[in-house]
Design a binder for this molecule. Sequence first.
Ligand code: NAP
Length: 293
Amino acid sequence: MAAILLDGAAVARHINSELKQRVTKLSKRGVQPGLAAVQLGDNPAARIYVHNKVRVCAEVGLYSEVHRLDADCPERVLLTALDKLNLNSRIHGIIVQLPLPRHLDTARIVQSIAVDKDVDGFNWRNLGALVDGHPLFVPCTPQGVMTLLDRTGIPVEGRHAVVIGRSGIVGKPMALLLIGRGATVTVCNSKTPNLAHITRQADILVVAAGRPGLVSGEMVKPGATVIDVGINRLPNGKLVGDVDFEGAQQRAAYITPVPGGVGPMTVAMLVDNTVTAAERCAAAQLLAAAPAS
Ligand code: NAP
C-alpha cells in the first residue's frame, strides 16, 4: 500500500490561520509584528524563498520589508544595515537569506542579529540554548518537521530517528529536537559508511543532504515515516527532494512530498517566531509601563 502523504502545505495553512488570530490580538494593543528580510545579490532561488516568506507574512497580517543589497556589498555595509534593523522598533524579526556571497563571513553576519530578533534561530546563543532545550527561537525547518509530526499524530518518543545531514541550520538542530522528545537518534553525514544499513533501521527518516535521489526505496524501512527536507532544482527545472519519492512511498507509512511538504512548514514557523517576538516585545512594553508598586 502506498504511503500516506504528509501534506505540509495544508498543515501550514491551518497554522497560518491560527497565527492570524494572534496577530489580531496584538493589533488591539497597537502592535503589528514586523519581519525584515535581507537578501544579497539576485539569485533567483533566493528571490523565490524571500518572496514566499513575505507573501505569507502579508496573508497573516504582518508588516514586512525586504532589503536587497548588491552581491558584492562590503561586509561593513551589511553589518550597518543589520544594526539599524536591530534598533528599529517596527521590526521584531530579522532574517538574512543564506547562503551569502563568499567574501562575507556568514558566522559574523548571523551573530550580529540581535538574539531577540533572531527568528531564524541561527544565532549561537539560540542554537546553544537548544542543547539545553530552552532557546528563544528554534530554527524554522527542524521546528517545522517536529510540528508536522505532532500535528499529524506521528509519535516520536521511543522511535529510532535517523537524520541525514549535520548542518548547523537543519541536521544538528533537527537531531537535538528529536533527542529532546525521547527518540533514539543517529546522525549521518557524507562520510557515513553503508548509509543504507542505517536508514533501514529508521522509524523516522529525516533527509537533509541536498542530494537528489540519495535515498532510494530500498533504503526505507517498511512502515517508516520519511521526511524529505531536500530542495533540489534539476536541469529540466523540476523541483525534487533527496528521496526517490516513487520508490520510498511503496515502503513508507508516511512521506512528505517536495514541494508541498517541509517547505511551507518552514515558512509558517518563521512567521510563528516573528509573531512570538512581537508578543514578547508587547509584554515587555506592558511591564515597563506598569506603575511601580
Ligand atoms: P548543507 O549545509 O549543504 O548540509 C548538507 C549535509 O548533508 C551535510 O552535513 C553533508 O555531510 C550531508 N550529505 C551530503 N551528501 C551526503 C551523502 N551522500 N550522504 C550522507 N550525507 C550527505 O545543506 P543544508 O543547509 O543542511 O540543507 C540540506 C537540504 O535541505 C538542501 O537541499 C536545502 O536546499 C534543503 N533545505 C530545505 C528547507 C526547506 O524549507 N524545505 C530549508 C533548509 C534547507 P558533510 O557535513 O559530511 O558534508
